[in-house]
Structures are given as C-alpha cells and as structure tokens.
Design a protein around this ligand. Structure first.
Ligand SMILES: NC(=O)c1ccc[n+]([C@@H]2O[C@H](COP(=O)([O-])OP(=O)(O)OC[C@H]3O[C@@H](n4cnc5c(N)ncnc54)[C@H](OP(=O)(O)O)[C@@H]3O)[C@@H](O)[C@H]2O)c1
Length: 263
C-alpha cells in the first residue's frame, strides 16, 4: 500500500450496482478497494479485473460476526478507511397479509441492521482516517411505498432516517455521510422484468453505471444525496405535498408485478 492510497470498501460488490461502483472508484488514481459480498468467486474475478489493487472478503453481512471480520480485514491490510459504501441489499416481494412480520424482519436484517452494525464497527477507523465518507444506498422506495414492497420500503425508510441523523452527528468528526436513492435499475436481484418488457416503461429504467456515478458524487464528491435518475425526486415531493393524489396514482397504476423485487 502506498502512503497516498485512498481505501474504499464496497459491500454487495459481487453484482449490479456494487460491482459498477467498484469499477468506477477503481478509475480514481491512488484508490485501493476492499470488496465484500457472499460469493467469493465473483469477488475474486472482479478484483482481478480492476485497474487498481483490490482485496476481498466473502461474508454474509447478516451474520453476527461479519462486522468484526470486515474490521479485522481492513486493519490488517490498511489500518485506514476513506470511503464506506453500504450497498448490499435485497428485496422479496409480497403483501403484508401474505408475508407478515417474517418478511419485514428479513428486510430489516439485511437492508438496515447489517448496515448499522457494519458502520458501527468501522466508524472509529473512518474517524481516524478523516476526512472520510460513508455512502448509504437507499432507494426511491424509501420515500414512496408501493403495494407488495412494504417490507422493503420500511427498511429503506429506516435507512434514510438513520442516515440523516448520522450525517449531522459525524460532520464534526470529519466523516461525510450521504445517500443515493436509485429508482428502477435492472440487476440480478432487481430484474425489473415487467418494466423491461415494454418500450415505454424501458424509458424509466436506469443503469448500475449511472448509480455508480452518483455514489461517486456523494462519496468522494461530498454531495448529501442523489436520486437516480434525478427526476425521481419529484415522486418524493409529490408524496409529501399531495399524499392523497399519490395514493390514487399508485393505486391506478398498480405495482409492477411478475418481477422478483422492487426498486
Ligand atoms: N436495482 C434497483 O432497481 C435498485 C433500486 C433502488 C435501490 N437499490 C439498492 O441497491 C443496492 C444494490 O442492489 P442491486 O440492484 O445492485 O442488486 P444485486 O445485483 O442483487 O446486488 C446485491 C448485492 O448485495 C449482496 N448481498 C446480498 N445479500 C447479502 C448478504 N447477506 N451479505 C453480503 N452481501 C449480500 C449480493 O452479493 P452476494 O449474493 O454475493 O452476497 C450482491 O452483491 C441494494 O441496497 C438495493 O436495495 C436497487
């Protein structure tokens, strides 16, 4: 490791937005990456393909021991952390009536608790490395809820609320905290099957590379938040300013069905 190296850790780097983020960050001179997800071979393959030094750790972030494993990996190899991208996440569709608390718990465990626990373990290192940054990958579903994805939305609403407070608390310590709110992005876990099927709905899809660019703007670029695509911010404003109209629009359009997950 060179003295000037900037260490960035990306969770959920084995596919989709996380892999695109790793590729984007790797283009910055002096960056060294740490990649985290469960699939070891995927991470090894990505690390070998990057134009910068990269190590990886295969870990299930919902396991109790995961945060300590990640911290030990970082401390042994770098003893610093300039950027933490909390990106790993998933969605399992279903109404509350069908899937109940179990599905809410499953979402909270990965999309909220695992993020909070990893951040807690790495915060001392981030503070020691300040100026440093955290980017939490939330979702427009963390501003506007749709039928069949209430559990996912609950986890992302929680993540957004917690991120806002953390950004105020950590600013005096030199740790910038921001978030990215993607809309619909076709990836392995979020295939967006129905939206991809029609020319008109394909227009609202974004790409992992665009989200990765936004993560770069919020992390190294120190922005507080970015919707991807930007006009999705309008959905959040509409929900706040006209809740009844928003419900009517969502009820009329109905949720996209047939896809494994929501945005
Ligand atoms: N795609 C969209 O439309 C969309 C929209 C809004 C927000 N988002 C958010 O963007 C983030 C990335 O999603 P994506 O679209 O890139 O989906 P993806 O391609 O399915 O990637 C999800 C990543 O999370 C990792 N992961 C899942 N469970 C894990 C666990 N228990 N421990 C460690 N890693 C785990 C997966 O790797 P392994 O399977 O190898 O563990 C994978 O690398 C998520 O937080 C998602 O909520 C996505």
């Amino acid at each position: 490791m060179s003295r000037a190296a900037k260490i960035a850790l990306v969770t959920g780097a084995s596919s989709g937005i996380g892999a695109a983020t790793a590729r984007r960050l790797a283009r910055d001179p002096g960056t060294e990456l740490v990649l985290v997800a469960r699939r070891d071979e995927r991470l090894a393959e990505l690390a070998a393909s990057l134009p910068c030094p990269a190590t990886w750790l295969a870990a299930d972030l919902t396991r109790p021991e995961a945060p300590e494993l990640v911290r030990a990996h970082l401390e042994q190899r770098h003893d610093r952390l300039d950027l933490l991208v909390n990106n790993a996440g998933a969605a399992w569709r279903g109404t509350f009536g069908e899937t109940g608390w179990e599905n809410v718990h499953r979402h909270m465990e990965l999309n909220f608790d695992a993020v909070v626990r990893l951040t807690e373990a790495l915060l001392p290192l981030l503070r020691r490395s300040a100026p440093s940054a955290i980017v939490n990958v939330a979702s427009t579903a963390g501003r506007v809820s749709r039928a069949n994805s209430g559990a996912y939305s609950a986890s992302k609403f929680a993540l957004i609320g917690w991120t806002d407070a953390l950004s105020l608390e950590e600013a005096p310590h030199g740790v910038h905290v921001g978030m990215v709110l993607p809309g619909f992005v076709p990836t392995e876990g979020f295939p967006q099957t129905e939206l991809r099927a029609k020319a008109v709905t394909r227009l609202i899809l974004s790409s992992p590379e665009k989200v990765a660019e936004a993560i770069h703007e919020v992390g190294p670029g120190r922005k507080s938040e970015r919707y991807v695509p930007r006009p999705y911010a309008l959905a959040a404003y509409l929900r706040l300013l006209a809740p009844r109209l928003t419900r009517r629009v969502l009820a009329a359009g109905g949720p996209p069905s047939g896809s494994r997950s929501s945005s």
